[in-house]
Design a protein around this ligand. Structure first.
Ligand code: KIV
Length: 282
């Protein structure tokens, strides 16, 4: 029987000095592929706003869309922990409304939710999640939902003062009960300091090698999304070229009548053919 990755598996990995592996997925077959490859965490990231839906930022995506993508991914996953990245304003209106939105995701197969930032209100939500059995993954450093208040895609924690502030918030999240924290776009030295001073694991994206684990947007790793590639995103394949070549070959084959071939069509038996011809001639 497959042993599902749980919050305990993730926490233990930091204790045992084992790296946590995480990637995003937005559909059933990609979720299945990442799971079969042995990934620990699959995040249904709100990055799907750009990568899957073509919006300029994550702000445009809503609960209804995240619900559909979460449902699709969760159906394809057996072992990995599936986490829904709660979208902009899906937890900003009220604690009650936030809890209703989280419940929707858990009911269709998410094992946890991810929330950006840390303030008294977020800490209150995390407490409610603890009381209702919803694990929370925190997210600090650069938090895309705060793009307009941060003022750009800026690296966070470049000074001792700002690094201490991220650590302070991380400790508050930890005390409130998150099982891990994503650190995005933080200098490697700062992320190391933060990771070493926390009990819960950190999962870095553009935060260097000392984090307890790493996460990337899978379309960046596959080389499928080409609008923008961040410095920290390593391209492990060139799926876009593979797809384009396949489509070009298909177009040529159709134009030259090389597709479909004999073994790709349905044929009538001789008896069926004779019957048909007889009916046509009547
Ligand atoms: O939405 C996203 O993809 C994220 C990253 C941490 C991968 O939040």
């Amino acid at each position: 029987m497959i042993k599902k990755v749980s919050v305990n598996t993730i926490k233990k990995k930091k204790i045992n000095n084992e790296k946590i592996t995480a990637l995003t997925a937005y559909d059933y077959s990609t979720g299945m592929c990442l799971d079969e490859a042995g990934i620990d965490i699959i995040l249904v990231g709100d990055s799907l706003a750009m990568v899957a839906l073509g919006y300029p930022t994550t702000h445009a995506v809503g609960v209804d869309e995240m619900y559909i993508f979460t449902k699709a991914v969760a159906k394809g996953v057996n072992r990995a922990m599936v986490i829904t990245d709660m979208p902009f304003m899906s937890y900003g209106v009220s604690v009650e409304n936030a809890m209703e939105n989280f419940a929707k995701m858990i009911k269709v197969g998410a094992n946890a939710v991810k929330l950006e930032g840390c303030n008294d209100y977020i800490l209150q939500i995390i407490e409610r999640c603890n009381n209702t059995g919803i694990p929370v993954l925190g997210h600090l450093g650069f938090t895309p939902q705060f793009l307009n208040t941060i003022g750009g895609y800026n690296i966070q924690g470049k000074t001792l003062e700002t690094t201490e502030l991220i650590l302070k918030r991380a400790k508050q999240l930890q005390d409130a009960g998150v099982f891990a924290i994503v650190l995005e776009m933080v200098p490697e030295e700062s992320a190391k300091y933060i990771t070493e001073n926390l009990e819960v694991p950190t999962i870095g994206i553009g935060a260097g090698k000392y984090c307890s684990g790493q996460i990337l947007v899978s379309d960046d790793l596959f080389g499928k999304y080409s609008d923008f590639t961040p410095k920290f995103a390593r391209k492990y394949a060139d799926i876009r070229s593979v797809m384009k070549d396949a489509v070009t070959n298909y177009i040529n084959d159709v134009k030259n009548s090389a597709f479909p071939a004999e073994n790709e069509v349905f044929k009538l038996s001789e008896e069926e053919l004779n019957k048909l011809m007889g009916e046509i001639n009547c």
